[in-house]
Design a protein around this ligand. Structure first.
Ligand code: CAA
Length: 285
């Protein structure tokens, strides 16, 4: 019988985790959002409140629907509060060590039938899953930024993920109003494997002073119909996240296309992380 997934845990309420929690609550699910401390919980909650207030402002969500949506999300700093979840989606920063630790803890806390999913963008889901006693119930569920808007979710199956787990997660993704695609556990999955060589190339063109940032972005928006140019998109993704994705892909493939452009590292060191820090290639209010 297909799994229901009515209570879903989200670990990590940064840009992606908060967006994922919003998507789940919007679909009527009961959500438990976990973060490391109260300050991080407050940031995650603020992100969800801001995003849903914006939806109300645009007439896409009623005030009472927003209140119900927010009421479906419980916040905690204790992973043990995820004990009753049918599915847990991990969205902590892109560090294998960190994700392995979260999965090992979730494995002890949750029931043996709970499906554990990672929102990793580039790490190996197989390597994360082996830190549990149930690698057959471990999948990737890769959302795109901004999660409430982007329709795609890449469902990543490892060589040991049980086929019925993949089927049930695919059905669940469709229930969220999203489009699932399934892919084996390869670096960058589908979209990032194609996208990040392009983004990295854009940074190299810019750092070599061939072109201004505005003209570079305008070329791809108005010449190719992309919703945003590559430098604006890097600011949205976060330069630190983009660097980690490139670095992981480069180490796996040794493809020069993915060797992170030096400017990315310099900007990160200087604290220019993109929208989340107020400044990246562009400046934000
Ligand atoms: N949360 C919720 N809704 C949001 C939002 C957010 N953070 N940002 C935008 N929206 C909504 C707006 O409310 C608006 O909705 P309506 O049209 O219904 O009013 C809609 O999205 C469009 O937004 P805007 O009018 O403000 O601006 P826009 O038309 O320029 O769209 C965008 C903004 C959705 C970000 C669009 O530019 C876009 O799709 N850009 C490309 C994003 C992309 O490529 N994402 C993938 C990155 S790669 C990744 O995420 C993978 C990884 O592992 C890093």
């Amino acid at each position: 019988m297909a799994r229901e997934f009515s209570t879903v845990g989200v670990v990590g309420l940064g840009t992606m985790g908060a967006g994922i929690a919003e998507v789940l609550a919007r679909s009527g699910l009961s959500v438990v959002g976990a973060e490391v401390d109260e300050a991080a919980v407050a940031r995650g909650r603020g992100h969800i409140e801001h995003s849903t207030a914006r939806a109300v402002g645009k007439g896409k969500l009623g005030d009472s629907d927003r209140a119900r949506l927010l009421g479906r999300i419980r916040y905690t700093t204790a992973l043990s509060d995820l004990a009753g979840a049918d599915l847990v989606i991990e969205a902590v920063p892109e560090s294998l060590e960190l994700k392995a630790d979260v999965f090992a803890q979730l494995d002890k806390i949750t029931g043996p039938e709970t499906v554990l999913a990672s929102n990793t963008s580039s790490l190996s889901v197989t390597e994360i899953g082996v830190h549990t006693s149930r690698p057959g119930k471990v999948v990737g569920m890769h959302f795109f930024n901004p999660a409430p808007v982007q329709k795609l979710i890449e469902v990543v199956r490892t060589v040991v993920t049980e086929p019925d787990v993949v089927d049930d997660v695919m059905d669940f993704v469709a229930r969220l109003g999203k489009t699932p695609v399934v892919i084996g556990d390869r670096a960058g999955f589908i979209a990032n494997a194609l996208l990040f060589g392009y983004l990295n190339h854009a940074v190299r063109m810019y750092e070599q002073r061939y072109v201004t940032r505005a003209d570079l972005d305008a070329a791809m928006r108005f010449g190719c119909g992309y919703p945003m140019g590559p430098l604006a998109l890097l600011d949205l993704i976060g330069l630190d996240t983009a660097y980690q994705i490139l670095d992981t892909m480069y180490h796996q493939s040794r493809n020069r296309l993915h060797a992170p452009a030096p400017l990315l590292k310099q900007m990160i060191t200087a604290g220019l992380l993109g929208r989340k820090s107020g400044r990246g290639f562009y400046t934000y209010d």
